[in-house]
Design a protein around this ligand. Structure first.
Ligand code: GLC
Length: 531
């Protein structure tokens, strides 16, 4: 694909904003929409193309906005619809796209639809949710578990039935087999499309349809002590059902009526199932989020194999994408350490496919320890001590090195954490910082179609070196990454004019390379041009 026939969401980079934690404009300790608007300059200077904003819709906040009580509004905590309109107008003026988080699998238990549904078996909206009679012993209808611990079925004494909730009991699942539900949700998409949003990231899209017969999930042989409840069974009946693809196609068609909008699906599935979500005739999501770098162990040979397998699994015409972190996962700097996090950034931003950067990872933010009494995440509260808590990755963005990091004038909803030097102001002034590296790599992506849209070619390497080429038109760029803390060298035949280093993760190596094998310092990655 050439740069001219690429879509913005193919050549561009996406930046995820968790709105509670980005910038607080009114001093209540929680970020808001006006805060995002005021900080859009950071995204422009970083060099990303779109912001995906996690939910800001009216919500009781049982799961911090992933429990939506009104799909067509803004929670007062985050501002007003007018604030949203101002945000999107400013973003578009700056050349940034805005992607919303669409949460169709479940609503809040306070959504008017659910309040009506639970009125009783005769309710007109009864079938909008998933109600089942108890098992013969009076227990839950089957063995499906909640992702946040315990059974996924909640008993409603008044009607004598259970309702299904794949997440919290405050998040009842909608019944997507009901056409009225589909119609109502397409309306919600159109509400935001009309307001100019450029696309949606669809929450747990592989969950939308469940087995029509509600059969038990089979046990998971890999389950053992210390693991969360959700690992007890393989989720093969409760998720990833064939009927989901018609629904996704309907979402896609709804977007298509508005032109160049993007549909992204949150999908945690093995690669062969993941790629099914492009759709058989590419009528599925444009980007099935690819979380393999999050799950992968950090070894060059394994990563090389994984990238190659993914490249080969993508259907003709499908476009790859890569993710290093999000609001549900441990931060990359915490997982790999500061030095390898730089190598990971180079990998993310030089692989073929759309990269998504999680806010704060461009600063190298750590996982921020949260003492149990300050825990916010409902999953952590339901299953404490297992290490499932998501608060550490949701700590406030850091704008400067002041005690509240320039995030708020009030009390931040989560602690700011250690290492105050990791912040936008300090790093912007340091030409070797993690922020500087991100800006440099994103600028390079924009300047070189080979990186933005070019082909991917594996290079044979050994040990902890990962190497590949990106090629577009006449341009070839070579990326070599040292995933170890030792010096490594690679005997790669030099091109006629020799190698020229465009950027190193150390930001201290540019220009012609000496002849002979390529030498990589510990934890170093380089992007090389020919001649
Ligand atoms: C997705 C979200 C996560 C949320 C869950 C339930 O996985 O990313 O934060 O808790 O769905 O909506």
């Amino acid at each position: 694909m050439g740069i001219d026939d690429s879509a913005w969401w193919q050549r561009g980079a996406i930046y995820q904003i968790y709105p509670r934690s980005f910038f607080d404009s009114n001093g209540d300790g929680i970020g808001d929409l006006d805060g995002i608007r005021r900080k859009l300059g950071h995204l422009v200077e970083l060099g990303v193309d779109a912001a995906w904003i996690s939910p800001f819709f009216p919500s009781p906040m049982a799961d911090f906005g992933y429990d939506v009580a009104d799909y067509c509004g803004v929670d007062p905590l985050f501002g007003t619809l007018a604030d949203f309109d101002a945000l999107i107008a400013e973003a578009h003026r700056l050349g940034l796209r805005i992607i919303l988080d669409f949460v169709p699998n479940h609503t809040s238990d306070q959504h008017p639809w659910f309040l009506e549904s639970r009125q009783g078996r005769e309710s007109a909206k009864r079938d909008w949710y998933i109600w089942r009679d108890p098992a013969p012993d009076g227990g839950p209808p089957n063995n499906w578990m909640s992702n946040f611990g315990g059974s996924a079925w909640a008993f409603d004494a008044a009607s004598g039935q259970y309702y299904y909730h794949a997440f919290l009991r405050e998040q009842p699942d909608l019944n997507w087999r009901n056409p009225a539900v589909q119609d109502a949700m397409m309306e919600a998409l159109r509400f935001w499309l009309e307001r100019g949003v450029d696309g949606f990231r669809v929450d747990v899209i592989w969950h939308l349809v469940k087995d029509a017969l509600f059969r038990d999930n089979p046990p998971n042989p890999g389950y053992g002590p210390g693991q969360p409840d959700i690992n007890r069974f393989q989720q093969i009946r409760s998720t990833d059902q064939p009927e989901v693809f018609d629904i996704i196609a309907r979402m896609r068609a709804t977007l298509a009526a508005y032109g160049d909008r993007v549909l992204i699906g949150e999908i945690y599935l093995p690669v062969e199932r993941l790629v099914a979500y492009y759709g058989e005739r590419l009528e599925g999501v444009h980007l099935p989020f690819n979380f393999q770098l999050i799950a992968a162990s950090w070894h060059a040979r394994g990563l090389d194999e994984m990238i190659d397998e993914y490249e080969r699994a993508i259907p003709e015409g499908g476009w790859p994408n890569w993710v290093l972190g999000n609001h549900d996962q441990k931060r990359i700097a915490g997982r790999l350490g500061a030095a390898q996090a730089r190598v990971a950034a180079m990998l993310l931003l030089t692989l073929r496919g759309t990269p998504t950067i999680y806010y704060g990872d461009e600063l190298g933010l750590p996982n921020v320890p949260v003492p149990p009494e300050l825990a916010q995440d409902p999953w952590e509260k339901n299953e404490p001590g297992l290490g499932v808590g998501r608060d550490p990755a949701r700590a406030p963005m850091r704008w400067n090195d002041s005690p509240r990091a320039g995030f708020t004038t009030g009390t931040p909803w989560l602690p700011i954490g250690p290492q105050p030097e990791l912040n936008v102001a300090t790093e912007a002034a340091d030409p070797r910082s993690m922020l500087a590296l991100h800006r440099r790599l994103l600028a390079l992506r924009r300047a070189h179609p080979a990186l933005a849209v070019g082909g991917y070619e594996r290079i044979e390497a050994e040990g902890d070196l990962l190497a590949y080429r990106r090629r577009e038109g006449g341009e070839v760029l070579t990326v070599v990454l040292n995933l170890s803390a030792r010096e490594e060298s690679l005997d790669l035949p030099a091109p006629a004019g020799g190698w020229r280093c465009l950027v190193s993760t150390g930001l201290d190596r540019e220009g012609p390379e000496p002849a002979g094998p390529l030498r990589l310092r510990p934890d170093e990655g380089v992007v090389l041009a020919e001649g």
